[in-house]
Design a protein around this ligand. Sequence first.
Ligand code: FES
Length: 147
Amino acid sequence: MRAIAADEIAPGGMKTVELDGNEIVVCNCGGTYYAVQRRCGHMNAPLELGTLDGTYLTCPMHCAQFDVTSGEAISGPVPPDLGHEALPPRLGAYMQNIGMLMKDVRTESMRTYRTRLEAGWVEIALCVGAPGRLAEAGGISKVLPKV
Ligand code: FES
């Protein structure tokens, strides 16, 4: 299915497309195009607002990283650096609560979609590639692929 003109995405860039209700980010990795689900496997942030370094996509919200070639979560979220100064008590309690909630949120690998370059268009097959790994809080662990 035609998704986007290839020249609409600069090298190192990303664009979002919607195909049959699927939100997909198309990544231009040096002229090779990859397509992954739009929403982060951690807490659903829109990944096209993140950064693409080679084939590694970093989420804009908590900096989990994914390999767009496989969808694999290669690192989990990074806790915010709040410095060493004490926070105002209510803000400190709030941040502590958020930290407790987030430590149990798993980061799932991303769905990927096959792509092909045809007559200047990036085409995407909507049969979904199954993520093969899962990044858990505090580390990465292998799990069976989803069916
Ligand atoms: S939402 Fe992407 S790392 Fe948290």
